[in-house]
Design a protein around this ligand. Structure first.
Ligand code: GAL
Length: 842
């Protein structure tokens, strides 16, 4: 996340009712029950200036990850991707406001919820409760951040972009587990935050009992029925989950655009003032920053801006139109009296009007999950699809309906670029006409304890607090002496190894040979491994490599969750029956040799003896691979396709791309080809990727690549085939749009129309640097189907393709009025629509 990451910040972007044209010194921020007030004014935020603003957003919310900024106690890091000040100044330069969620507990599917791991070693500490050592550390960090913001003049009253702070995060969900101490803690948190004198409102999310004057805000898929704990506080939504997170082993979540828009419109219909998308851009959990356990490296989140920074269409565009419609209603929403009219069950009008001024805005909603309806409002009739809201900024014209998407749908290509086409110049190519060969180097990680950093202990150690997050890996090793007279040696009966672990993954090696692997899952990290093994007379080495896949980030007492082998560890089938190794002396090593030798770095090339050749081993467990490559041409975003690998970690030019885990596949069931946006959403709806690797592609930021001679290093734990690795480049491929003559037109301007209604337009746009190269389908009439499967209906204007071609081909974007004035009248008595499918090319 982000955060701080100037590179891929987790942009939690807020769209809210409030105001002011620019932030000046002396800007004051307060609130009342209807809005945030900036300089005492209740007004909506002015229009947007830059790319993030183009989506219609006003504020960027970001967490502050304590573990990134204070990785060691009192040793701070605000450099590079951790440069919080630079991040906030960038927000300011774009003309946006910021909501600083200091936490410092974040959750966020981030390692240990954002807590630094060293906290756990503090004598007597108990986290997120009334505990002096914890409160002391939390105060020190919070104060550090606040003072830094003040020194850099980043608070709004200093002329900076920050208009809100957040302290704690969803503690309300956990408070009861901490009993009286939980209550005492949250009261203390409030006092501690107020004592920071940020002179701005503080927010606590999901905290019903947030003490005054702290605003309690809502998080969830829907927050329209949420009410703050005082009439004096505005109704705020800090996390509208635009999608959901992906886990290794999980299906890929999608939240339908229509449903996100519905939830936002319902929120404003019912008095909402501030709404933030979590995520608007989720990005990538690089390195070992993913929590969970088992949170994937991708944190795409099905957000309006995808993991790679491309706008996701139609989500981005549809929400942009929604924001525009709500902003057109601004004057009525922040100043008007609200009243509701019921048209029967599930059908409602909510009107905001300012007496005798003519200022009036209305929301018409149909909350039935299946039945479409038509309602009469102010003498006109309005068609409301099931589970939708129409917005009428002047109480007359429906400029937007949440269920009618007229913005374009873009499908993204992930074009395969084989490594063999990216060979550095000096790479020798093999003989004449065969394809050029990739030069791989590989180094087998020694099995068991080989580094000086080892130690012994009686019994089995808990992994997290032993390894202290220095590495995902902890070796538990032991040896067993067996006599020649073991019956299994003679009668060939089977010996078994039985290991119980709290997780998260376990690789077993017997006498240096890989003997098996197993892993837990997001829902249950622990498991028991029971495998047949081969032993010999004499000394047998038993090397157990326990691997964590991100630390717990959520839940009551999440900080006390344990990992690693807890036992029993037993050998079954020996002459004395079972041999229990649980309480014996074990030898330990934190991390792998290759990690200690930094094989992933520049110097890694010379740190050990590497083998090299064209055919790297393709089934070996615990092995390092290395090769060089040139960057794929162009500026399109780049990903590594690691589907032929199993589990491990990847680096490019020493930058840690993250954990990869293609061998962890999503369940084969639970996906469907269609996705119905109607009805209450849950992350199990509309999933894709059944039976496939949960994450196949791993984002490699362009800024981490040089044009030539980049170094790729992989640590493979189980066995994979590096010769199958390729790169992928991402770009907009096919774009479609389908707009009807009677679609609400979001850009209809109440002020400027003077009663003249413009026809809706069909707008198409490729990515910058691309142009529309071909029209695959165009029909004005009653075309059927959807993007990719459009076909002509009974009514079709034969001029359609020509008109669209002339208007669009060769251009980056085009806009076509959906009207008979342009296309003629291919048939009578029918509301016509225009459907187009086009190709974008470079
Ligand atoms: C919330 C939490 C966020 C994130 C989200 C799920 O409960 O506040 O940080 O974890 O859930 O993505």
């Amino acid at each position: 996340m982000a955060i701080l990451r100037a590179l891929w910040p987790v942009l939690l972007v807020v769209f809210c009712l409030f105001n002011s044209n620019s932030v000046n010194a002396n800007t004051t921020v307060s609130y009342d029950g209807r809005a945030l007030l900036i300089n005492g004014q209740r007004k909506m935020w002015p229009d947007l200036i830059a790319k993030s603003k183009a989506g219609g957003l006003d504020v960027i919310e970001t967490y502050v990850f304590w573990n990134m900024h204070e990785p060691e106690r009192r040793q701070y890091n605000f450099k590079g991707r951790n440069d919080l000040v630079r991040f906030l100044k960038t927000i300011q330069a774009a003309g946006l406001y910021a909501h600083l969620r200091i936490g410092p507990y974040a959750c966020a599917e981030w390692n240990y919820g954002g807590f630094p791991v060293w906290l756990h070693s503090i004598q007597g500490i108990q986290m997120r409760t009334d505990n002096e050592p914890f409160k002391n550390e939390m105060t020190i960090f919070t104060t550090k951040i606040v003072e830094m913001m003040k020194a850099e003049k980043l608070f709004a009253w200093q002329g900076g972009p920050i208009i809100l702070g957040q302290i704690e995060n969803e503690y309300g969900n956990q408070e009861k587990h901490y009993g009286e101490k939980g209550k005492a803690y949250i009261n203390w948190v409030a006092k501690m935050a107020e004592a920071q004198n940020i002179n701005l409102p503080w927010v606590m999310c999901q905290q019903e009992d947030a003490p005054d004057p702290i605003i309690n805000a809502c998080n969830g898929f829907y927050c329209d029925s949420f009410e703050p704990n005082s009439m004096k506080k505005p109704k705020m939504w800090t996390e509208n989950w635009s999608g959901w997170f992906l886990t290794f082993g999980g299906r890929v979540p999608h939240r339908p655009t229509e449903d996100v828009a519905f939830a936002v419109a319902r929120f404003y219909q019912r008095g909402g003032t501030f709404q933030n998308y979590y995520m608007y851009h989720g990005g990538t959990n690089f390195g070992r920053t993913a929590g969970g356990p088992f949170i994937s490296t991708s944190y795409d989140y099905d957000a309006p801006i995808d993991e790679y920074g491309y706008i996701r269409q139609p989500k981005w565009g549809h929400l942009k139109e929604l924001h525009h419609a709500i902003k057109q209603s601004e004057a009525a929403l922040v100043n008007g009296e609200m009243h509701s009219i019921s048209f029967g069950h599930d059908l409602q009008a909510t009107v905001y009007s300012v007496n005798s001024s003519g200022i009036c805005a209305a929301f018409l909603s149909n909350t039935h999950p299946r039945k479409d309806a038509t309602v009469q409002f102010n003498g006109k009739s309005y068609y409301l699809p099931a589970w939708s809201v129409s917005i009428l900024p002047d109480c007359k014209h429906a400029v937007f309906n949440t269920a009618k998407i007229s913005t374009q749908t873009s499908s993204m290509a992930m074009e395969k670029v084989g490594l063999e086409s990216l060979l550095p110049a000096e790479t020798e190519t093999s003989s004449s006409d065969t394809k050029p060969s990739i030069n791989w180097s590989w180094h087998k990680e020694p099995i068991g304890i080989r580094s000086g950093e080892n130690f012994s202990s009686n019994g089995l150690l808990e992994q997290l607090y032993t390894a202290k997050d220095k590495s995902d890996f902890l070796w538990y090793t032991n040896s067993v002496h067996l006599d020649e007279d073991e019956p299994f040696l003679k009668n060939k009966s089977q010996v078994y190894l039985h290991v119980k672990t709290r997780g998260h993954a376990l690789h077993v090696f017997i006498n240096g040979q890989f003997a098996g692997t197993q892993w837990g899952s997001y829902n249950n990290t622990s498991f028991t491994m029971h495998i047949p093994i081969t032993l010999k007379a004499g000394t047998n080495e038993i090397d157990l490599l326990s691997v964590t896949v991100g630390w717990q980030n959520y839940g009551p007492f999440f900080d006390t969750w344990e990992a690693g082998i807890n036992g029993p560890v037993m050998l079954l089938g020996l002459k004395n029956g079972t041999k229990d190794l649980t309480f014996q002396k074990w030898n330990y090593q934190i991390g792998l040799n290759g990690e200690h030798q930094r094989l992933y770095s520049k110097t890694g090339a010379n740190a050990v003896q590497w083998n090299s050749g064209t055919y790297p081993p393709n089934t070996t467990a615990l092995i390092w691979y290395r090769t060089e490559f040139n960057a794929p041409k162009g500026n399109n975003a780049v990903a590594l396709d690691l589907t032929t690998m199993s589990k491990g970690q990847a680096w490019v030019n020493g930058h840690h791309i993250g954990r990869y885990f293609p061998s962890f596949k999503a369940p084969t069931d639970g996906c469907s080809d269609t996705c119905d946006y109607r009805g209450t959403y849950s992350p199990t709806n509309c999933v894709t990727g059944c039976g496939k690797s949960s994450q196949e592609w791993y984002h490699v930021p362009r800024s981490w690549l040089h044009p030539t001679n980049n170094v790729l290093v992989l640590l493979e734990e189980i066995g994979g085939d590096p010769s199958g690795i390729s790169f992928r480049t991402r770009y907009v491929d096919t774009i479609c749009s389908h707009v009807s003559q009677d679609d609400p037109t979001a850009y209809y301007s109440v002020e400027e129309s003077h009663g003249v209604t413009e026809p809706p337009h069909l707008n198409l746009q490729c990515s910058s640097g691309q142009h529309i190269s071909a029209i695959k389908f165009a029909s004005f009439g009653n075309p059927k189907g959807s993007c990719g499967t459009f076909y002509e209906g009974s009514c079709h204007a034969t001029t359609s393709s020509d008109i669209i071609r002339k208007a669009c081909v060769g251009y980056e974007e085009c806009s076509i009025p959906v009207s008979e004035a342009l296309f003629g009248k291919p048939c009578d008595d029918l509301v016509k629509s225009l459907a187009v499918e086009a190709i974008c090319s470079h």
